[in-house]
Design a protein around this ligand. Structure first.
Ligand code: NAD
Length: 488
């Protein structure tokens, strides 16, 4: 069931504990990618809206930073409870504005809840270190403190999980937060902020400003924003990193990906195919950990045939329908870009093993594209190098693992990589030499859990400290050292 909103419904920003209208008259339609129906409008907020939110967050920081850590953590316990209670409705909202399947959306809510679980351990995470006796009658202690106001900028593809990578941990560490969600998936953001308030967060601690690049630039340039957490496409991530760093801010900017899955000759073909199909075509390939390139070692035609056969069997449709795996891409404009990549693949000489444009023509509504697979792709072809972010897979052929690893090294991205094999020596070589930050051994989506860093490499990440885990805590805190003498 679609939660239709009147087309004139215009979302509001959330500033200092109140829903307030943006000062801008400009708005964008929020569409359901499976139907094309407009479900809301989102304001393209201005720099003035950002200034208001940052001011509210700055004022809230003065008391929030002094709120005892266990008390801050207790709000997260309550938040955990509320998110769990609302698990299904949150998942439905994700399906409606993002288009992914209900099963994927349900899993995403779970991943978000796990971030809150991790953040609830703040009294432990915030502990410092001490050494009694650094010299005679002298001790040293280290305490962790929050930074101030943090800006969070998030993408459309994980409207729940990505904001929850950021604000629960930032806030429990004593910071206050201004969130700029994707303008393509703003409804869920409003709901998770409402629930945070219901959990007991004081006014001004978490604020939302909807919009596009004006809001982003407002955050990047604001002197009271002390750190920026960004997740999105590579060109924007690089821009955000450079701009924020030039303003003296801490930045973590998670970026695009091209994840290679290597299929060794001894791999269990059925299981490898199953993992690769779900990694490649789940969420319509719009996951930063999606498989987008398969490297087949040796003459493994049985694997390629099975991949094609099983791709033919994938059920495509609205994410609310049971059994559907392949859902629409986010916008028609994005599908146009993907179609250009398919043309480019053909022009550059790749072999189109399965053409998903057939399903696209059959489905009049929504932004659907069938599973598309290119074979005999070379590493220097455009479709092998660039992130397409859609249900389009490139199959590359390699003689051996060394050659497969050279393809991975050649990629400018380094988010994830997977190997399918039972061979311990191959696994070890892959672990040591694969040039990516999150590896899977017989795992289709090796995304890390909230207590570990989400640790892309190369152009998949700009910054030093990753989101989640101890990295996340260190990103959102600064250290103070106390050196004491007791002999006077
Ligand atoms: P996007 O870059 O279009 O948008 C991300 C955010 O940046 C949005 O809030 C958007 O409003 C803002 N933005 C867009 N253009 C801007 C500009 N010119 N100036 C300033 N701000 C701008 O990304 P998207 O399409 O929403 O998300 C998909 C991308 O995110 C993919 O590339 C995917 O790989 C990446 N992603 C990466 C990770 C990771 O962990 N590395 C996780 C999720 C998504």
């Amino acid at each position: 069931m679609e939660i239709m909103k009147d087309e004139t419904v215009l979302l509001k920003n959330y500033i200092n504990g109140k829903w307030v209208a943006s000062q801008s008259n400009e708005r964008l339609a929020v569409e359901n990618p499976a139907t094309g129906n407009v479900i809301a409008n989102v304001p393209v907020s201005t720099k003035e809206d950002v200034n208001q939110a940052v001011l509210a967050a700055k004022q809230a920081f003065t008391s929030w930073k002094n709120t005892p850590v266990p008390k801050r953590a207790r709000i997260l316990f309550k938040y955990h409870h509320l998110l769990s209670e609302n698990h299904e409705i949150l998942a439905k909202l994700i399906v409606q504005e993002n288009g992914k399947s209900y099963k994927e959306a349900y899993g995403e809510v779970q991943r978000g809840i796990e971030c809150v679980e991790f953040a609830s351990g703040a009294p432990t995470h915030m502990m410092g270190e001490s050494l009694s006796g650094i010299a005679e009658e002298m001790d040293s202690e280290m305490f962790k403190y929050p930074l101030g106001v943090i800006g969070g900028i998030t993408p459309f593809n994980f409207p729940m999980m990505v904001p929850l990578w950021m604000f629960p941990l930032a806030i429990v560490c004593g910071n206050t937060f201004v969130l700029k969600p994707s303008e393509r998936t703003p409804l869920l953001a409003n709901r998770i902020v409402e629930l945070f308030t219901e959990a007991g967060a004081p006014e001004g601690v978490l604020n939302i400003v909807h919009g596009t690049r004006h809001v982003v630039n407002g955050l990047l340039m604001h002197e009271d924003i002390k750190a920026i957490s960004f997740v999105g496409s590579q060109p924007v991530a690089k821009y955000v990193y450079e701009k924020a760093a030039s303003q003296g801010k801490r930045v973590q900017a998670l970026s695009g990906a091209k994840n290679h899955h290597t299929v060794m000759p001894d791999a269990d073909i059925n299981r490898a195919v199953q993992h690769i199909l779900s990694s490649t075509f789940g969420s319509a390939g719009q996951r930063c950990m999606a498989c987008s390139a398969v490297v087949v070692i040796g003459e493994n035609e049985r694997f390629v045939e099975s991949l094609k056969k099983k791709a033919d069997e994938l059920i495509i449709g609205n994410g609310m329908d049971d059994e559907v795996l392949l859902t629409p891409v986010i916008r028609r404009s994005h599908r146009e870009k993907v179609l250009n990549y398919i043309k480019k693949g053909l022009e550059e000489g790749a072999m189109l093993l399965r053409d998903g444009r057939k399903e696209m023509q059959e489905m009049k509504e929504g932004n659907f594209l069938g599973a598309t697979i290119f074979d005999h792709v070379k590493p220097d072809m455009t479709i092998a190098k660039e992130e397409i972010f859609a249900p389009v897979l490139s199959v590359l052929r390699a003689d051996n693992l060394d050659e497969a690893l050279s393809f991975i090294r050649k990629s400018k991205y380094g988010n994830g990589a997977t190997i399918y094999t039972k061979d311990a020596r191959a696994i070890r070589q892959f672990r040591e030499e694969a040039d990516a930050g999150m590896l899977g051994i017989n795992v289709g989506v090796p995304a890390t859990m909230a207590f570990f860093p989400f640790s892309g490499w190369k152009d998949s990440f700009y910054g030093d400290l990753h989101v989640n885990g101890k990295d996340g805590v260190n990103f959102y805190t600064r250290k103070k050292m106390i050196t004491s003498r007791f002999d006077f």
